[in-house]
Design a protein around this ligand. Sequence first.
Ligand code: ADP
Ligand code: MG
Length: 248
Amino acid sequence: MSRVICIANQKGGVGKTTTALNIACGLAVAGQKTLLADLDPQCNATTGLGHEPDERHALIDTKPLRESFRDTYLENLSLLPGARSFEDVDALANSSDTRSRMLAAHLAGSLGSFDTVLIDCPPSLGPLTRTALSSASEVLMPIQCEYFAMEGLTQMIGIIRQTMDRPESRLEFGGILLTMYDTALELTAEVDREVREFFGEIVFHTVIPRDVAVSEAPSHGRSVMDYAPRSRGARAYVELCQEVLERV
Ligand code: ADP
Ligand code: MG
């Protein structure tokens, strides 16, 4: 069975897409057959790999999901592109819990040919994130080192626990990742202490520094490791991929 890692946090701008994309590229380079699935109507994971979004999201289309998989610039990496259409989101938002479970089964059922799947979630706890959680084996939560970093997390954890409690779920906590880390800031050290005290072992040892190379890479359709291999951001994501591989 594929390892399906859902990258979720209902806050925007915490580094979900950046992390999903860079882990996906890192694992692909490490030899894993990998899929990056874009479930965010903003489609940043899709455009960050230099691709155009689909007209209609494959997830709510009737054709088999694998017909929508695209090749990318990396040999082992496929992309399930996102779609901007609001109709899609509404359709999901209005859908019943049963329909959401059907979608999750649809998604999970098409992922078997990959070693690892990374799902990039929208910044909400809506139906798309719930669908992603339902089809995942792990959830990885990026947390930005800023004021109120932990705010809203209880709600997120509640939804995760609800999903875990379902008999058909194989979801586990995959880890917490500290992003936009700035060693010069006392605030960063505070958030680091607080998050590790609260979550303990599941917090990744690797932290992702704030680094302009990380934010520039998507406009070149590449991972930061390929765009600026010597940057601090690239080194951090390489280290993170190693930790992700060790944590099976
Ligand atoms: P989310 O998907 O959670 O909304 P993104 O991954 O899109 O967050 O990141 C938000 C913004 O911050 C983007 O412009 C991205 O390029 C930038 N960013 C993400 N991680 C870093 C980092 N480590 N250093 C500098 N900028 C970053
Ligand atoms: Mg995003």
